[in-house]
Design a protein around this ligand. Structure first.
Ligand code: FES
Length: 128
């Protein structure tokens, strides 16, 4: 028997006058998950998972790999590196790169979101 207004509950049993509610087996909510791309640093070859909904800098750190950074908002250019393969997207209007730098494959990993597997020329890198 269900509980009106609470489809997640059902009346289990009555013990000493108390109604014991039981959680009804509900389907596990399915949240959309972002695709996870593969990232690799060159020339060292370090690899880490790069979720599409996380800037590359944070993805590297989540994997225990430190890359140069400072502002983390796309203005200081400390994290500037070259992407030799792959594709990224920015959620800020102008991520502090010139058109020539963009054309040359330079990215700012602190605000760059991967949309494909990427290879970054990034040094120094150290494991946290
Ligand atoms: S850390 Fe400042 S631009 Fe990336």
């Amino acid at each position: 028997m269900g509980v009106p207004g609470h489809p997640e509950l059902k009346i289990g049993k009555i013990v000493a006058g108390a109604v014991i509610m039981m959680a009804r087996a509900m389907p596990t909510p399915q949240f959309p998950t972002a695709p996870v791309h593969a990232a690799r640093l060159a020339p060292g070859g370090e690899r880490f998972d790069a979720p599409a909904d996380m800037p590359l800098l944070l993805a590297a750190e989540a994997a225990g790999l430190a890359l140069p950074s400072s502002c983390r908002n796309g203005t200081c250019r400390t994290c500037l590196c070259q992407m030799t393969q792959g594709q990224v997207a920015y959620r800020i209007e102008w991520p502090g790169l010139s058109a020539e730098e963009k054309a040359g494959g330079f990215i700012l990993p602190c605000v760059a979101y991967p949309v494909a597997d990427v290879v970054l020329r990034a040094e120094p890198a150290r494991w946290l």
